[in-house]
Design a protein around this ligand. Structure first.
Ligand code: GLC
Length: 746
């Protein structure tokens, strides 16, 4: 019966005229006239209450990802057509049960849309996104999202609230773990890779899910790195730093956007019509829909922007927030607002159209149960191929920060002391936003080393916790270290020390870990610290006293075997830092694309932009990461020293593997615009090329520069290149001094 009704009604639609939604003309996904016709006809059948129901999203009660909520009778709301989407409902079985109510018991049988935070894996958990970004390997990042989408779709999910594309330049902010770091250019590349990974070629495929570019916009600019805090930035910074990854996600065809919690320059983002509607939907032509963040429409009261819940509903809806996640104000007030004439039903139709457009593209009207196959779900979750790639992804994510002839460790070692709160810790390996990942599936570093060296004596001691000042475990740890050839320390932050609402004022190793490491270092044995963290840490003391440091982030389900592969040289680390590591919190914000100022930093000269109590340079710069081999990179050679408006320039560098083992280098090209109608950064990343070389092998790498690469928001905010002198830098991190000059003549 249900299917027949749906078929009859859809058949009717093909005869009726259609009016595509306004402005949805972005080339990343052209409107489908057949779908638009079907939406037209469905809208004609819907009551105002049913239309508003499509704008209403509620959370399942199993796993709350925001402040607590009153329970609701979801089944009844679905039957009444007053609930169009749910989040935090997991599994083919659970989603099928609710979908059956929508299809079999509601009047119009409009399929539910299920969303979930698939941030770095669904059941197979990958490194946290900041760790994935450290791979500087876009194909690997896309593949990880592809696998996450495959597992999530198999488990009933249609939509992920990812990628988080917020640029972050303040590591006190807990959500720095969730993005791709500080750089707008690299963040844009990663945004595209993640959208393509999640959405694949066709949203209706069984292994793809709709993606969500979040949090629109400038959430990472929270003052003092305190989550949800005020953002007050210039229009130039907004356009140069925070918007580019969102535009990149849109160019990649992202199906949805999520609005940010924060106020931007005095107005809550949920009310920022100029950005959510005028820029995103009209100027950029976005044709999908915008969802609020958890309760963010209702939070406009706390912001001091809306006086009443009805005012908040009006503000959010008029500002382009199509779907209301968990503030429950649309379903409570929009009908009244229409009756008062403050909202036009045509505006409601436009929001409903955008949501139905995605439901149609997902194939939910053709087969509402296509993502509810429990047999397929069992095949896909934790599939061995997925786990194998999760290990590769974790290997690629690791960044070798320091190595004074300790790594790689020999496999002939007879005894190893493995010490620290992350050594035998399954739960925290998964990091925050661990989706449906389960700790008991995670392989710890202890297990990874045991698998790697089954005959070695591995002396494990936790030593201390992440927090508190208890040193009673030190004795056992020191004893283990005294009886071993090598000391491996697994230290850092627990999973819940970074992520949402998890900002920190101090960025050192928490608890007694620093004391423990210093005590261990006094034994004078070969020692490596493996860092597990969701953000840059201020570890200048460690860099000065420990011979080897490996950044492992929070590496996911396969972290243990991956780290063992790197420690023993089966994988030569090739990761690069996607975010600057400051020496201390006092330097923050500290990022590589800073301005020169009128008194450029010079720690040796008083009247320059510097500190008297700290070097001004970072501990480790953006793009930094060592290898077990070495590379020699030549000074860049240019195909010409000037170019006109229709020319391009070729930049060539030679790179040679001068070590004794195969290695991979992520060559980075930066450009400095020496003078402009506004002051320009000392350099900006413009290209990355990864090169794999055998020992002794040499190759030439070429980068092309076009005038469009030199465009920026000029004094009057026109985006264009200006004639003048430029410097191109090529090297292994953002500090490279290998350079050549050229000019642009227009
Ligand atoms: C949270 C987060 C957002 C997430 C949403 C649903 O508060 O800010 O990133 O997608 O709620 O869980």
């Amino acid at each position: 019966m249900a299917k027949n009704f749906l078929r009859i009604f859809l058949a009717v639609t093909l005869l009726s005229g259609c009016k595509a939604g306004q402005q949805a003309n972005h080339p990343s996904y052209p409107l489908d006239p057949v779908i638009e016709k079907k939406i037209d006809s469905l809208l004609k059948l819907m009551t105002l209450e049913e239309k508003i129901g499509q704008l209403n999203q509620l959370s399942g009660m199993g796993e709350l990802t925001g402040p607590s909520i009153a329970s609701s009778d979801h089944a009844q709301l679905i039957r009444q057509g007053l609930l169009g989407s749910m989040l935090n409902v997991n599994g083919a079985k659970a989603t099928r049960q609710l979908q059956e109510i929508a299809i079999n018991e509601s009047r119009l049988k409009i399929p539910l849309l299920f969303g979930y935070d698939v941030i770095h894996g669904y059941k197979t958990i990958f490194p946290i996104p900041l760790g994935e970004a450290a791979s500087f390997d876009l194909e690997a990042i896309e593949q990880a999202s592809r696998i996450a989408a495959t597992e999530a779709a198999a488990a009933g999910q249609h939509w992920t609230f990812a990628p988080m594309v917020d640029i972050a330049r303040d590591p006190r902010w807990g959500r720095v773990m969730e993005g791709a770091g500080e750089d707008p250019f690299y963040g844009s590349l990663v945004a595209k890779a993640r959208v393509k990974g999640f959405q694949g070629k066709n949203l209706a495929d069984k292994n793809t899910i709709a993606a969500c570019a979040k949090h629109f916009v400038a959430y990472g600019g929270a003052m003092a790195g305190r989550d949800y805090n005020t953002v007050d930035i210039s229009e130039r910074t907004l356009y140069e730093v925070y918007l580019p990854p969102f535009q990149a996600a849109l160019d990649a065809g992202v199906a949805t956007f999520m609005v940010a919690f924060n106020e931007l320059n005095g107005i809550p983002m949920s009310a920022h019509k100029d950005l959510n509607v005028d820029l995103l939907k009209k100027t950029w032509g976005f044709g999908g829909f915008m969802v609020s963040d958890w309760g963010s429409v209702g939070e406009m009261i706390a912001h001091g922007y809306s006086a009443t819940p009805e005012d908040a509903a009006l503000a959010g809806f008029k500002a382009g927030v199509d779907m209301d996640m968990e503030s429950r104000l649309y379903v409570a007030h929009l009908k009244n607002l229409v009756e008062k004439g403050l909202v036009n039903e045509k505006e409601i139709d436009e929001a409903v159209r955008r949501i139905l457009r995605i439901k149609f593209r997902l194939g939910l009207f053709d087969d509402p149960f296509r993502y509810c196959d429990t047999i397929y779900e069992k095949e896909m979750l934790l599939n061995p191929r997925h786990l194998e790639f999760a290990k590769i992804s974790a290997c690629k994510s690791m960044v070798l920060l320091k190595n004074q002839e300790v790594l790689p460790l020999s496999r002939e070692i007879k005894s190893i002391a493995l010490i620290g709160p992350m050594a035998d810790n399954q739960q925290d390996m998964l990091g925050t936003w661990q989706g449906q990942g389960e700790a008991h599936h995670a392989i710890t570093l202890l297990s990874g080393i045991k698998q790697k060296l089954p005959h070695a004596r591995i002396l494990y001691a936790k030593g201390c916790d992440f927090t508190g000042n208890d040193k009673t475990g030190f004795a056992e740890a020191l004893n283990a270290a005294r009886n071993a050839e090598v000391i491996v320390v697994a230290a850092g932050e627990s999973a819940m020390m970074s992520g949402e609402a998890l900002s920190r004022t101090q960025l050192d190793l928490p608890g007694m870990q620093k004391d423990l490491i210093i005590e261990l270092s006094k034994l004078g044995k070969p020692m490596v610290v493996v860092l597990f963290n969701g953000r840059p840490l201020t570890i200048e003391w460690m860099d000065q006293s420990i011979p080897a440091i490996l950044e492992a982030w929070l590496p996911g389900t396969m972290g243990g075997p991956a780290i063992a592969d790197v420690l023993f040289g089966d994988y030569n680390p090739s990761g690069k830092l996607p975010i600057t590591f400051p020496r201390n919190v006092g330097q923050i914000p500290l990022f590589y694309y800073h301005k020169n100022t009128g008194r450029p930093t010079n720690d040796a000269q008083r009247y320059t932009s510097r500190y008297i109590d700290s070097p001004s340079t970072p501990l480790y710069p953006f793009g930094y990461g060592l290898s077990y081999t070495t590379f020699e990179i030549s000074t860049p050679e240019l195909s010409a020293t000037s170019m006109g408006p229709s020319d391009s320039l070729l930049v060539s560098v030679k790179i040679k593997n001068t070590g004794n083992r195969k290695g991979s280098e992520a060559l980075q090209m930066y450009i400095q615009d020496k003078f402009g109608s506004v002051n320009r950064p000392v350099r900006e990343l413009k290209a990355i090329k990864r090169v794999d070389l055998e020992p002794g092998q040499e190759t030439v790498v070429k980068f092309a520069i076009h005038p469009s690469d030199l465009a920026f928001y000029t004094a009057d905010m026109t985006f264009k290149a200006e004639p003048g002198e430029f410097v191109v830098f090529v090297g292994s991190d953002s500090n490279t001094q290998l350079q050549a000059g050229f000019s642009l003549k227009l």
